[in-house]
Ligand binder design. Sequence first.
Ligand SMILES: [Zn+2]
Length: 347
Amino acid sequence: MVLLRSLLLPIALFSTVAGAIEITELQSGAWAALQPANNRFNDCNSLIVEAQDYLIVVDAQEGRADVEAIIEFTRNTVRKPVRYLINTHWHGDHTLGNTLYREAFGEELRILGHATQAIDIPERAATAHTERVAELQQQLPAAREQLVTGIKRDGSRFSDQELAAQTARVGRAQAWLDANRDASFTGPSVTIDSAFTVDAGVATFTVHPQRGHTRGDLVIHFPRLQILAAGDLVDVMPYSGHGYPGEWLDALRFIDELDFSVIVPGHGPALHDRMLIARLSDYFESLTGQVSALAGKGMDLEEIRESVDLAASRESLAGSDTAAAEFFDAVQDEAIERAYAEVAGNE
Ligand SMILES: [Zn+2]
């Protein structure tokens, strides 16, 4: 995901004060650093795997406090240096922390990314970050003024409850701004455009390039540990705004062929079965199938948007989770547009 919060909230991206990162052992020598549920849309998960003399981390995350907590865990609990940091894709919530890893582990750290990330991190992630900083700098003074007067933008008064919630939101936004105003991105030091295996004993892993969530996704498979890190290709709330829905379906089929017993997804809890892969495949099949059939009838994008029916996928993916359903609704226009671009051949 990337910058989704601005779709959901008028100010400042943050619905609640997030809890701290939760680091849980998946099995001996492997940990998942999972965002708490109330921060699952804002930042990503990481996977930490222990090789004989070093550690492998998948995805850097964005929030400074969380990245520092994970680095602290590697140093003081596992007591091994991180030698491989792998970014599953260019989105800032997966890559901003690269710089902190580089500072902590120096030049011996290899940052692995898809070849396209060498372009997309500086040109897209860094640009989006700069825009977000500017947006917050512009919004925060008015938001703080509202807290002082107790009057909302529409002229009505905050209830005590609303005022407390807004105070927390503004505080969180200010804290993010203070931590990230001067943050800078670090791109990959090793770029990958075909399957790549690192022999690390029991922690041996293969990085598989895919396309779907972005034009350069990496799927990281630890066959001996039976662990898969799939980034946002396996995400209960698929975001196609920078992606390729048809190729995403191919990527899910590829993933489903691999041998693993646990998936650490980009967002949400660790998965111990393949149900989400099946649900996501159904969604992308439905989305791309409908868009392709409607385009075949000569409909334009606007007509297709009116006609596509994704209610079954919404129910299957979000169920009774209202935040997830709200997110699903907020991103379908982009998903349909991307599917249409693929059909029309002008992605
Ligand atoms: Zn993403």
